[in-house]
Design a protein around this ligand. Structure first.
Ligand code: NAD
Length: 442
């Protein structure tokens, strides 16, 4: 029986979570868009059209728990924009999942896919649950009922989910299998590319598991090349040691020789001034489901993470972690660049502090785009019936994400602006161009 069996139904309506200076995360995302739109003088009609998602799908569905009781769960799928292609974006299982949060994440997917030059638009989905409180069999039934409830709102040539916080390749296989079993027989359709982030055995791509972390590191490498900064002498700190943070740390330390000084996840915060053995931490975390208690480092207080003197800070946990409260501490700790492995980890107030202090920013829509780029490779391989080798995937990822970095950098110079705004302008330009060419129906 799950620990959750006697808990109250998890579909209690929840107010949007305010983010420093904004009523919700979506308002924060809109403000980033508006700032870039102002900088580039975006047409007012386009601003209006892009200010809201195209579709907001909310489903309520019952799920049987292991003890025979039922819960009614609320699931979201937001389809922000599809002018460039199918909606694309992750599915999140987390207690904070909320309509406004999912809207923000979907909007960022539109900008991320555009910036990466992918034939995708933006989407995002989720369920407001704490997945650690459910058994595997309950998670399977939750995922299958959610997929069934979404029905044809997702599809291999319409809207393609992927993993995000609290979901993984197993979740994607359940989604794929449910979709194929629901629609496959009727439509003679066994489209495995209805989701990406699948295990390789189920049609996933080599290198998808490491892709977001690897992409994060490739953008850090592009920054280091631009700034003539030696990564083999660099130190870094990572917040979040899940899919993104752990692979970013492993690759930055293992392949580029940088030293990890501190890490934080939901179980604890650890520090070692001489450097943390990332391979050992990676294995420890996989086994213990968290980094707390790792013998190769000392436990420190949660807020002391930001005080650790280092060159590179990688927030790779959740949104709104870096605010005007801790940004001055981060500046004082000598950080040279913030590489946003997570989506929306930095508030606009913190952005301003970094700009004023000369701290560089590799923004989320660029920094963590490796995940959706390799998801695109997976989708392409599925459509072609192909399977690429790992070295091909890595080389194509590096080329595509470095190209996006270079295009954003060119706009940073052209518009005399900061890293976030430049990336956003670059992303909006492609979407705006597509609207201009196609016009508005009818
Ligand atoms: P994950 O669930 O694998 O890991 C999340 C990590 O954050 C865990 O280590 C968890 O312990 C930690 N965490 C959670 N709450 C925390 C807190 N309050 N303080 C400190 N640490 C906390 O998720 P992930 O897939 O690695 O995603 C992390 C971020 O990266 C999210 O913002 C996600 O949207 C973004 N992202 C993920 C992908 C992907 O491919 N997985 C792609 C692009 C962006």
């Amino acid at each position: 029986m799950s620990q959750n069996a006697s808990a109250a139904p998890a579909n209690t309506p929840q107010a949007p979570i305010a983010v420093e200076g904004f009523d919700s995360l979506y308002q924060m995302a809109v403000s980033q868009f508006a700032r870039a739109a102002d900088s580039m003088g975006l047409d007012k009609d386009l601003r209006l059209m892009l200010s809201q998602p195209k579709n907001e799908i909310i489903v309520n569905f019952p799920v049987r728990m292991d003890n025979g009781s039922y819960q009614l769960l609320k699931g979201y799928r937001i389809q922000h924009n599809n002018i460039l292609g199918c909606y694309k974006g992750g599915i999140r299982y987390h207690p904070q999942v909320h309509l406004d949060e999912v809207k923000a994440l979907a909007a960022w997917m539109t900008w991320k896919c555009s910036l990466s030059g992918l034939p995708f638009g933006g989407g995002k989905g989720g369920i407001q649950i704490d997945p650690t409180k459910y058994s595997q069999t309950e998670l399977e039934r939750i995922t299958r009922r959610f997929t069934h409830a979404l029905g044809t709102n997702i599809g291999p040539d319409f809207d393609i989910p992927a993993p995000d916080v609290g979901t993984n390749s197993q979740t994607m296989v359940w989604m794929m299998d449910t979709y194929i079993n629901t629609f496959g027989a009727a439509h003679k359709n066994v489209s495995r590319h209805v989701v990406t982030g699948k295990p390789v055995s189920a049609g996933g791509s080599e290198g998808r598991d490491e892709a977001t972390g690897r992409g994060t590191v490739y953008t850090i490498a592009a920054w280091a090349q631009e700034k003539k900064f030696a990564l083999d002498k660099a130190t870094f700190v990572v917040q979040g040691f899940g899919n993104v943070g752990s692979f970013a740390a492993k690759i930055l330390a293992g392949e580029y020789g940088s030293k990890l000084l501190a890490a934080q996840d939901h179980t604890g915060t650890i520090h070692n001034a001489k450097g943390i053995d990332v391979e050992a931490l990676f294995k420890y975390c996989a086994e213990k489901k968290g980094i707390a208690g790792f013998p190769g480092a000392e436990a420190i207080a949660k807020d002391d993470l930001w005080k650790v003197k280092c060159d590179i800070l990688i927030p790779a946990a959740l949104e709104a972690q870096v605010t005007s409260k801790n940004a001055p501490t981060i500046v004082a700790s000598g950080v040279k660049v913030v590489a946003e492995g997570a989506n929306g980890p930095t508030t606009p107030a913190a952005d301003k502090i970094f700009v004023d202090a000369g701290v560089d920013m590799i923004p989320d829509i660029l920094c963590n785009s490796g995940g959706v780029i390799v998801s695109y490779f997976e989708w392409t391989q599925n459509k072609q019936g192909d399977g690429w080798y790992l070295d091909e995937v890595r080389a194509k990822l590096k080329r595509r994400i470095t190209n996006a970095y270079d295009r954003a950098t060119a706009n940073r110079e052209k518009f005399k602006t900061d890293g976030r705004n430049a990336a956003m302008i670059t992303a909006i330009q492609r979407v705006a161009h597509a609207y201009k060419e196609r016009g508005i129906f009818p």
